[in-house]
Design a protein around this ligand. Structure first.
Ligand SMILES: C[S@@+](CC[C@H](N)C(=O)[O-])C[C@H]1O[C@@H](n2cnc3c(N)ncnc32)[C@H](O)[C@@H]1O
Length: 283
């Protein structure tokens, strides 16, 4: 099972729980496709106006930027920012090849930057990033400062607690448990989604105008289970480094899961719920 064999990655030291490999970037794109509906819902509810300049903080594969572009039309600029400059620049090239519209990218570590450059923006959006930060409320404060008067701050992040495999077997929820424990052990908050209103308050941002929880189910037949397995593969180097799981336990899980994937047609998961919160800044 060489594809499951983890190698200690430099991310175990930088504090990022996930990998920085092509395989992980493909997983991010697949995950983005699976959560597209959830993101469209919150973007629609927030009422993004045509022509608003947008910023996507922690833009990753650029799929959030692609969605924002659909809302604001071809004449507004959609800017991505990410600490992973290689991924961000590759995603920018892809977006410019595949979509009409104005796209930009800047390499930025939201935790290290005093402020977000290039603002104010009509929309500041971030998805599945706060989960990876040591100080989520400090980042939210900077994001809100970058919102123009009358503009929108829109945040989405997971409630990982809902992520569960059925029919259950011994350690069947290991991917969830390992991700949550790895985040906790590296000083992050794994319950970030449900805590968004509290995080807004700690950041000095007004209470969200609305919050929505959305999520689907993933079946063996639609490849959804594989996305979760990839997430565990991506987390494993950091998890082993931090001692939250042993190699033996992880390999036992992969073997059990592989066996069930072969023998149980109805293997499925309740996906992590996506929690979205948005607030409009006063004029
Ligand atoms: C799970 S991915 C989500 C990517 C994208 N927002 C999406 O929803 O598909 C987390 C992203 O946050 C970025 N990130 C992590 N820490 C960051 C930081 N301190 N500053 C900026 N970006 C960061 C990672 O490089 C990665 O691209």
């Amino acid at each position: 099972m060489s594809q499951n064999a983890p190698s200690i990655s430099p991310n175990a030291d930088s504090g990022y729980a996930l990998g920085r490999t092509e395989q992980e970037y493909e997983r991010l794109r697949e995950q983005a496709r699976r959560f597209e509906e959830a993101t469209q819902l919150i973007l629609r509810r927030a009422g993004i106006p045509d022509g608003a300049h947008c910023l996507d903080v922690g833009s990753g594969s650029g799929e959030g930027m692609r969605l924002l572009r659909r809302f604001v039309g071809p004449f507004a600029t959609v800017t991505g920012m990410d600490v992973d400059g290689g991924l961000g620049r590759a995603s920018l090239r892809k977006l410019r090849d595949e979509e009409s519209g104005r796209f930009e990218f800047h390499e930025l570590d939201i935790e290290k930057a005093d402020r977000i450059p290039g603002g104010p923006y009509g929309v500041v959006f971030t998805r599945l990033v706060l989960l990876h930060l040591r100080d989520a409320s400090a980042a939210v404060r900077k994001m809100y400062e970058a919102v123009a008067p009358g503009g929108l701050l829109i945040v989405q992040d997971f409630d990982l607690r809902t992520w569960e495999t059925f029919p259950a077997f011994e350690d069947s929820d290991l991917p969830r448990d390992v991700l949550m424990a790895t985040l906790r052990a590296s000083g992050k908050e794994p319950l970030i989604g449900p805590k968004l209103p509290e995080i807004f308050r700690a950041a000095g941002v007004p209470e969200p105008d609305e919050c929505w929880r959305t999520g689907g189910m993933a079946f063996r037949r639609d490849g959804g289970i594989e996305v979760g397995l990839e997430l565990l593969r991506s987390t494993l180097p950091a998890a082993l480094h931090l001692g939250v799981v042993t190699e033996e336990r992880a390999q036992r899980f992969f073997s059990s899961m592989e066996q069930r994937m072969r023998t149980d047609d109805l293997l499925y998961q309740v996906s992590p719920t996506m929690v979205g919160a948005w607030v409009r800044k006063a004029r």
